[in-house]
Design a protein around this ligand. Structure first.
Ligand SMILES: [Ca+2]
Ligand SMILES: [Ca+2]
Length: 66
């Protein structure tokens, strides 16, 4: 869910695909970090979840091991 939140406003809305398309095809503002890499949201905490197993390598250890 967090990965789809392109404008990082903690909500999934029609503005997210519009933001992505604006970036990709119209030179709009860049998608917030960790884009373009795989990783975790470094911004303020939000209510959208992210699968911690979806993005190796894991600098703090594999959250999906064991
Ligand atoms: Ca959003
Ligand atoms: Ca976010």
């Amino acid at each position: 869910m967090d990965a789809a939140d392109s404008d990082n406003n903690s909500a999934l809305q029609i503005t997210d695909p519009v933001y992505t398309l604006n970036f990709l095809f119209k030179g709009g503002p860049e998608i917030p970090t960790p884009f373009p890499e795989c990783g975790f949201d470094v911004g303020p905490p939000d209510l959208l979840g992210c699968n911690p197993c979806a993005c190796p390598p894991y600098p703090q250890g594999d959250p999906c091991a064991g």
